[in-house]
Design a binder for this molecule. Structure first.
Ligand code: NAD
Length: 495
């Protein structure tokens, strides 16, 4: 890394980390904070629920204090509408904290387990111990939500945390740093702003847990880096989340839900509907209702509508433009939108329809790469088996959305597919449910976040067994005839 780069990164870093000089190399600062947090993590092993709750309460009050700055930063970074920031950045974090405050005592309580036949005479429990020093690497699409959500779980579990927010949303990163500086001592939580090289430098450290949110591609390199130290990982990744719409669906209700899921935050949502697979008899009606819904939501000119945001940067705008172009090149028909202004990072809400069974369209980039933008491809099916084949021909998605009034058909689809989560007759709402695990499966992720599942991600489930009056001394050598017949008895009756 060049000296200039170091200075640049140091300049972006929280000042208290660098002890009155910005010339300290980022690697040195990382080493120093990591050492401080390692020491603190030993102290936190015996922290009480009451102490952790105090930390969370302070965190809550600082977030509330900075809410308007969060909204402002979202507007500066990518025209994020205030309402979307409040509902999708601030609300989930506040909810996560309040949920933890309410339930932490029960989550953290050792869970007694009954003894088995073979361990008769013992008393056992599962104890939740903090994993230790954690690293949280977060993406740019919901910077506050996806940085502070996992942080709540880390603090609830009694871990320390080093945070690396995304470099693509610098105003949000600044507010994140400010909140952390005010709410925590750096030996508990510290932020390292900067580009990928900062992530790579952090990944050199032997973290006890790494919680990464981002793309499957980068997720793989995170796992490789974690393997070096056998750090445990939670990987919250992405993918192409399908929406299935059958012929029993009420499209008046459904179109609004799909459009909200797809076009909120300009489609830059990990669990946004990626594409729709609709019964062939419903294609025209779905297009008409979507057109109407989009017009009702964003008016005739979404570009000048404050409720419609922007793509995060030009590179991503060009990436999405390329997906649309490739869809069109492969027989896709743009039926809504298609207006693009790369300089303004603007793509209007766009719907592209592929003809039934058209392999060219199915193999286009629009139908094979995660879109992560305001473009909705629609394909159609005649037999439900085609839906199952389509979904199973691709890596397991983060979410699957099924719109149908036919319960047995819904069960049929869910039983024959796999996804991180699933919703029936809605989309995206699963994220807001504090009692549901949130996570992917294989290509869309490993492990879970939210509520008790997030607490467990940052906890080691330690098995603690106490001997009361066991008879295992009867198995000790020398292996006499008596021992051997006892072993036979154990194998036959106590297994
Ligand atoms: P990304 O993977 O490019 O970057 C995420 C973070 O990793 C950033 O902080 C970045 O600086 C860092 N990073 C990038 N390259 C790295 C490398 N080689 N080594 C170490 N760190 C590196 O993802 P993104 O573009 O910020 O976000 C979009 C992706 O994230 C989409 O795939 C989306 O589906 C996914 N996502 C998933 C969830 C979820 O909860 N499952 C939530 C939001 C986004």
């Amino acid at each position: 890394m060049s000296e200039n780069k170091n200075l640049e990164i140091a300049d972006k870093a929280p000042k208290k980390v660098v002890e009155n000089t910005i010339e300290v190399k980022v690697e040195e600062r990382i080493g120093k904070i990591f050492q401080l947090q390692t020491e603190q993590s030993l102290v936190l092993r015996s922290s009480t629920v009451a102490e952790r709750k105090l930390v969370l309460q302070k965190f809550l009050s600082v977030i509330e204090k900075y809410t308007s700055e969060i909204v402002e930063a979202g507007q500066k970074d990518f025209n994020k509408p205030e309402t979307e920031t409040l509902i999708a950045e601030v609300f989930p974090v506040v909810h996560e904290i309040k949920h933890a405050l309410k339930h932490l005592s029960s989550w953290a309580k050792p869970k007694k387990v009954s003894s088995t036949k073979a361990t008769f005479g013992t008393k056992s429990k599962v104890v939740y111990e903090p994993k230790g020093v954690s690293l949280i690497i977060s993406p740019w699409n919901y910077p506050v939500n996806l940085t502070f959500g996992p942080l709540v779980s880390a603090l609830a579990a009694g871990c320390t945390a080093i945070i690396k927010p995304s470099e693509f949303t610098p105003h949000m990163s600044k507010v994140i740093s400010k909140i952390v500086d005010e709410a925590f001592d750096e030996k508990l939580v510290a932020v390292f702003e900067g580009e990928v090289d900062v992530s790579l430098a952090l990944l050199e450290c032997p973290f006890d847990h790494i919680f990464f949110t981002g793309s499957p591609q980068v997720g793989k390199s995170i796992m490789v880096a974690a393997a070096k130290h056998l750090s445990s990982v939670t990987l919250e990744l992405g993918g192409k989340s399908p929406v299935v719409v059958d012929e029993t669906t009420d499209l008046e209700k459904t179109a609004g839900k799909i459009a909200w899921g797809k076009f909120a935050n300009n489609g830059q949502t990990c669990i946004a509907p990626d594409y729709v697979i609709v019964h062939e008899s419903k294609v025209d009606e779905l297009v008409t209702t979507l057109k109407q819904t989009i017009s009702n939501a964003y008016g005739a000119s979404p570009k000048t509508n404050d409720d419609y945001g922007r793509i995060v940067n030009r590179a991503h705008t060009n990436r999405i433009k390329d997906l649309i172009d490739d869809g069109i090149k492969n027989e896709g028909l743009v039926v809504v939108g298609g207006e693009i202004d790369v300089k303004d990072r603007y793509i209007s809400p766009t719907v592209v329809v592929g003809k039934y069974g058209d392999k060219k369209f199915l193999n286009s980039k629009l139908m094979t790469e995660e879109i992560f933008g305001p473009v909705l491809p629609i394909i159609s099916y005649r037999e439900i088996g085609e839906v199952i084949n389509q979904i199973n021909s691709m890596p397991k998605p983060l979410a699957l959305y099924m719109y149908s009034e036919n319960k047995s058909l819904t069960d049929y689809v869910l039983q024959r597919t796999s996804s991180g989560g699933a919703c029936i007759n809605t989309n995206m709402v699963q994220f807001l449910h504090g009692n549901l695990p949130f996570g992917g499966v294989n290509n869309s992720g490993i492990g879970n976040a939210h509520g008790e599942f997030g607490f467990k991600a940052f906890s080691h489930e330690r098995a603690v067994l106490e001997d009361k009056f066991t008879s295992n001394h009867m198995l000790y050598p020398p292996y006499t005839k008596r021992v051997k017949s006892f072993v036979k008895f154990v194998n036959k009756y106590l297994a």
